[in-house]
Write a protein that binds this ligand. Structure first.
Ligand code: ADP
Length: 508
């Protein structure tokens, strides 16, 4: 009897389990069906509560003013929604009978606008990049915030509500202003380039009436191009310094910006920044001081139209820049110098006659130029060993850096046909690298001096160690570059490399 009971109980248990399982499955299927049958919800922006009444049974009935797309509506609010927390500017959803059913928080995207004026009742007059003004109301979130003209706000343009205030970004954050004291004499191995830029810029500037007499026009700008770290910025600074010489007005002004930093995620922002830079240049020049506007990495900002990378760059930034550049004509003291290592990417309109039509290539130093650069950093006043002068040190250094053998082998670049080009340190050396090597050696000398408590000389061994350190670091770092881009920027392997392998791998 007991055994039979046990059997029945087990059977019961199994049955009950099966039932629960079936129930769960049914529930799931039901939920899925519900989901399939659920109509879509419409997104809308909350403007305000229109009315709120409580009926005999104590149930609250509220209605709200919302904007969905371009439709402005008054809709009932579902009972489960907390009316007290429905704030102006908030995103809400409406069901298919246009009942407000849920809150979704405040949207964080929208158009960027500049505040022109704050009205007494709190509304804002805002303007877009082309200066079109419109009045907007503030979302509840920023209703009591102190805002002022020139602040930026994110505006939901369909509901005309300012959703969020952004920390003010001024052109001063992006433009570096300095009065450089670098002279052409501080630059090594670039006599030819310096000669050209002096003829193009300095000559017409200092001898304006002579140029007029012969009917010659000064260029508006110059483009310096070539691989990074070889003196483009130095030359531009020296120009700013040189232009001020012989002028009663004092020092020259160097305004510099980096192309990629001007590229802003907000529509119209880059154009505004470009306008502001030129305005600043004009202000500075008004006092008679020559001003150089230096735009580094110019290719990123003034990319060839039609490359499709960014519609912003193509359609509005290039024309805005050209308009400002064309306006430079009347501003005697302003000159634009662009720098780029991808001249092929710059919109040809920028480089046409009458614009940045003087193009000067600044290449990597060859061995002779490297020696001239090294002379600026390894100077006669440094402690050396008896019988070894600085010239000897420089010659030894250059010999080592420009050696095309295994101990200066950096990597190999491969093209798409499987051909490999061997890269040596000499192929990628730059003025900046030369200075860096000397600095490394000087640091070693300083450390040794501290340890031994007597002035350590700059020896060939120290310099060789410094070159070794630089070589090792470069060899490691190069493995992270994108071979295609890198070979184009550096004009190596015909600019067509697709692969890169380490020196060690290449030797295997
Ligand atoms: P680029 O603008 O071409 O990228 P920079 O002019 O900024 O390069 O050079 C970076 C640094 O390298 C300079 O500040 C300077 O210390 C050093 N340097 C580069 N080229 C030279 C040069 N021809 N003569 C002296 N120093 C140089």
């Amino acid at each position: 009897m007991a055994a039979r009971n046990d059997q029945l109980a087990a059977k019961n248990h199994a049955l009950a389990e099966a039932l629960t399982r079936a129930g769960k499955e049914l529930g799931k299927a039901k939920a899925q069906l519900m989901q399939l049958a659920q109509p879509p919800l419409t997104f809308a922006t909350m403007i305000g509560i229109e009315g709120s009444t409580i009926d005999d049974r104590g149930v609250r009935h509220s209605s709200a003013e919302v904007i969905a797309g371009s439709r402005r509506m008054i809709v009932p609010v579902a009972a489960n929604v907390n009316v007290a927390r429905l704030a102006c500017g908030e995103t809400v959803t409406l069901n298919d009978s246009m009942v407000l059913v849920a809150q979704r928080g405040v949207e964080q995207i929208g158009m960027l606008r500049y505040i022109r004026e704050v009205l007494d009742d709190g509304r804002l007059i805002v303007a877009d990049a082309s200066g079109n003004a419109v009045a907007v109301r503030r979302s509840s979130r920023i209703a009591s915030m102190t805002v002022s003209a020139r602040d930026r706000v994110i505006v939901d343009t369909s509901s005309h509500i300012a959703l969020e205030v952004l920390p003010g970004e001024d052109v001063t954050d992006l433009v570096l202003e300095e009065t450089p004291d670098i002279t052409f004499e501080d630059i090594g191995g670039l006599e030819e380039q310096i000669g050209r830029i002096r003829d193009a810029v300095q000559l017409p500037f200092l001898h304006r009436s002579l140029f007029e007499r012969y009917g010659l026009k000064a260029p508006k700008g110059v483009l310096l191009y070539g691989p990074p770290g070889n003196g483009k910025t130095l030359i531009a600074k020296a120009v700013a310094h040189a232009l001020a010489q012989g002028k009663a007005a004092g020092s020259g002004v160097f305004l510099s910006v980096k192309g990629p930093e001007l590229l802003n995620k907000y529509v119209g922002e880059s154009e505004r920044l470009i306008r502001m830079i030129f305005r600043r240049a004009r202000e500075r020049a008004a006092s008679g001081r020559p001003v150089i506007v230096f735009i580094d990495e110019m290719d990123s900002l003034l990319r060839t139209r039609g490359t499709g990378v960014s519609s912003d760059v193509e359609t509005t930034i290039v024309p805005q820049f050209l308009a400002e550049l064309d306006g430079v004509d009347t501003l005697d003291n302003v000159m634009v110098i662009g720098a780029s290592n991808r001249i092929d990417m710059i919109d040809p309109a920028v480089l046409r006659p009458g614009r940045l039509d003087v193009k000067i290539r600044v290449e990597r130093p060859d061995r002779h130029q490297a020696e001239q650069i090294l002379h600026h950093y390894l100077t006669d006043d440094l402690p050396t060993q008896p019988g070894v002068d600085v010239d000897d040190l420089i010659e030894t250094m250059a010999g080592d850096i420009y050696a095309r053998d295994t101990h200066r082998h950096i990597a190999d670049l491969g093209d798409d046909r499987g051909r490999w080009t061997t890269l040596y340190l000499a192929d990628i050396v730059s003025g900046a690298m030369l200075k860096n090597i000397v600095d490394r050696a000087k640091t070693k000398a300083v450390k040794a001096t501290i340890e031994s408590e007597r002035n350590m000389a700059m020896t060939p061994e120290l310099l060789e160690q410094a070159i070794d350190d630089e070589y090792r670091e470069t060899t490691d770092a190069i493995l992270d570059v994108d071979p295609e881009q890198w070979s184009r920027i550096n004009n190596l392997a015909g600019g067509h490399a697709v692969r890169l392998r380490s020196a060690a791998e290449g030797r295997r």
